[in-house]
Design a protein. Structure first.
Lengths: 80, 402
């Protein structure tokens, strides 16, 4: 059921990259064209991060098993 | 059938009589044993069980005595208590009313705890260098605990409230009793094999030293140490320390605290993201304004003036997008993106340095700074400043040619 799962490491890396871009743009010492490229990249990162953060995950599930390839099988918690 | 001389008591009468017997027979007695299930009530009274391998004795220490005790009673402590025996009639339970306590060496559990702690410490299992950092933004979180206790509710509700974008997976286990450490170790091993798992919380609510024992067992400790995913331990209350806490990558004081350590607050992260985008937009518009002032230095003629009005439009567009960014609506993101995309292309076309770099030059009259755009003007001027992409030169006009 977990079709595509963004991973925590890439989210963290994206947020870090965004911080770097902000610092660079505020310093304002690259050529304009490069600055605009950074800006573009920053907007893309912002959009992707927001998509991840906007997800509302389903309620807690029970981890049933982990396959050989490391994929997780989970099920609804019975009752509650 | 009841014989004539048999006395029939009420329960209350019997308990009162037994109490009288006990109190007169044991007005003062000393007992050695291990403290367990020690509870301090807000009233100031302390209730605990004194026990050894074979038996248990309910004990109570009233507030007036408790405040005078020279030792702080704690589970696992081996003590000699003195006091009197009595019966708590309402429950028909006999108990010891303690009036003094002294230490009698450490209890068996306490000794086992310390031996294991020393052994694992010597192996380097508590080494700070072994500790894995927790991810800042965990998206899949495993919780290993009892599915019925307060701990699981505390952890899950805290995670859902702070960080609803994460997937939370429960691995239900017994957290006390014979099977507990085996189940906890197996759950850790299973979680450790999952590909997309970011962090594991393992723990339970408070209890006596016996209740927490599964978290003091070697099997649990080694499974935590071996887990490739960062592990946060959350066993009992603030004051309970277990071997699991020493081995875990991070020790949380309570299950709720573990969830708070693991999960950031979504609104904070969103806010930081918005702020970054806003600062970025402001940075770019400052850049474009700088560009404008450089351009206005160069651009004086009518022909270039037309470009200037386009630049001003571009600047306005940046202002517009900056403002929208500051309003911070998610839906504006795509609009900004395309708007700035177009702007980027346009500004690239306009950059006068790009024009100069292609081999063109700008001539002006050095004293007035007026642009020289015809051969006739040049002949009249006599001398000109010529601007290239990398600097200026002064020239003298020798005359017109064909």
């Amino acid at each position: 059921m977990s079709a595509e799962k963004p991973d925590a490491a890439s989210l963290e890396a994206s947020m870090k990259r965004l911080e770097t871009i902000v610092t660079e743009l505020e310093a304002g010492d690259q050529p304009l064209e490069a600055a605009l490229e950074r800006f573009e990249e920053g907007l893309d990162i912002g959009k992707r991060c927001r998509e991840i953060l906007d997800r509302a995950e389903e309620r807690v599930r029970r981890l049933v098993d982990v396959a050989d390839d490391g994929s997780i099988r989970s099920e609804d918690l019975e009752g509650e | 059938m009841q014989s004539a001389d048999e006395t029939v008591y009420t329960v209350g009468e019997l308990n009162t009589e037994v109490r009288g017997l006990l109190e007169s027979e044991y007005p003062r007695v000393a007992v050695v044993g291990e403290v367990s299930n020690c509870r301090k009530y807000s009233s100031g009274h302390i209730y605990f069980t004194l026990k050894d391998e074979e038996a248990q004795l309910a004990s109570v220490c009233w507030r007036s005595t408790a405040s005078r005790l020279r030792v702080v009673l704690a589970d696992g402590m081996r003590v000699i208590v003195s006091g009197r025996l009595t019966v708590y009639e309402a429950r028909g339970q006999y108990q010891m009313v303690v009036d003094s306590v002294r230490e009698a060496g450490r209890g068996d559990l306490q000794l086992a705890f310390e031996r294991l702690k020393e052994k694992l410490e010597a192996e380097g299992l508590f080494d700070p260098a072994r500790k894995q950092p927790l991810p800042r933004f965990p998206l899949t979180i495993a919780v290993i605990t009892s599915p019925t206790g307060a701990a699981v509710r505390d952890v899950v509700s805290t995670l859902e409230r702070r960080w609803p974008c994460a997937r939370v997976l429960l691995l239900p286990v017994h957290v006390q009793g014979e099977m507990a450490s085996g189940e906890i170790a197996a759950a850790l091993e299973l979680a450790g094999r999952a590909r997309d798992l970011d962090v594991v919380i393992v723990g339970r609510g408070g209890g006596s030293l016996e209740d927490l024992w599964a978290f003091n067992e070697e099997r649990t400790a080694r499974a935590i140490a071996a887990c490739p995913v960062p592990v946060v331990s959350a066993v009992g209350h603030e004051t309970d320390f277990t071997i699991a806490d020493f081995v875990a990558d991070v020790r949380a004081a309570t299950p709720t605290a573990a969830a708070e350590i693991v999960a950031p607050i979504l609104d904070d992260v969103m806010g930081a993201l918005d702020l970054s985008l806003e600062r970025m937009a402001r940075g770019v518009s400052t850049r474009v304004r700088l560009m404008q002032s450089r351009l206005s230095e160069l651009v004086r003629s009518y022909a270039l003036g037309r470009i200037r009005s386009r630049i001003e439009q571009a600047l306005q567009s940046v202002d517009y997008h900056t403002e929208r960014l500051q309003r911070g609506t998610a839906s504006a993101l795509e609009a900004r993106r395309t708007g700035l995309n177009a702007l980027s292309t346009r500004l690239g076309d306009l950059d006068p340095r790009a024009v100069l770099a292609r081999g063109y030059a700008i001539c002006d009259e050095p004293t007035s700074g007026r642009l020289v755009s015809t051969a006739r003007d040049a002949a009249l001027a006599g001398a000109m400043r010529v601007r290239f992409s990398d600097g200026n030169v002064m020239t003298e006009v020798k005359g017109e040619t064909e």
